[in-house]
Design a protein around this ligand. Structure first.
Ligand code: HEC
Length: 153
């Protein structure tokens, strides 16, 4: 019967033969490699948590499945009041300031029998003006506030 020992080739042992010191060196190298990989792991984790922090600062926009509207405060009111006569696309394709949105609502109220939105109007306007604001400022970074200074030469 073959002993387990026979199955293990000789060469690794030959390669590093030379007594206990070689083993100690090997152990040392192993330890260094282990620490190196741990170090890399940590820096990856650092990256991940930085990414998470970025997620907090960059607004992650979620869209409602049925309407395509931005999911945010006020969406329920918009769905309840603005889907009855036309496609939500009229909203999602439009961009306007709060005044602009108010104007469209007044126009629909005057011409197309849109009802009085009552106490909900403020929330609806806030939603529209925030998520369907004029292109300027949407998806772009805010203008840098440059503080000019005299360059002394
Ligand atoms: C009572 C019916 C009715 C309701 C409810 C209604 N609308 Fe309209 N809306 C219309 C009509 C009619 C038009 C003109 C459609 C067209 O031009 O094809 C229109 C057009 C629009 C347009 C396009 C305006 C433009 O100048 O291009 C926008 C944006 C819009 N509506 C947003 C809204 C919002 C926001 C709400 C909810 C507060 C809403 N609508 C609720 C009837 C309605």
């Amino acid at each position: 019967m073959r002993k387990t020992q026979d199955l293990i080739p000789d060469y690794p042992i030959d390669l590093f033969s030379g007594g206990i010191y070689k083993h100690a060196i090997l152990l040392g190298i192993g330890l260094v490699l282990f620490l190196l990989t741990q170090g890399c792991q940590n820096s990856h984790d650092g990256q991940a948590s930085r990414d998470e922090q970025m997620q907090d600062t960059i607004r992650v926009v979620q869209y409602d499945e049925t309407t395509g509207l931005v999911v945010a405060d006020g969406i329920q009111l918009v769905k309840a009041n603005c889907m009855n006569c036309h496609s939500p696309k009229l909203i999602t394709q439009s961009r306007a300031t709060k005044e602009g949105w108010e104007g469209m609502i007044r126009w629909m109220q005057a011409k197309h029998r849109l009802w009085d939105l009552g106490e909900h109007e403020a929330t609806i306007l806030e939603y529209l003006a925030t998520h369907y604001a004029p292109e300027e400022g949407v998806g772009r970074r805010r203008q840098l506030e440059v503080e000019w200074y005299d360059l002394e030469l």
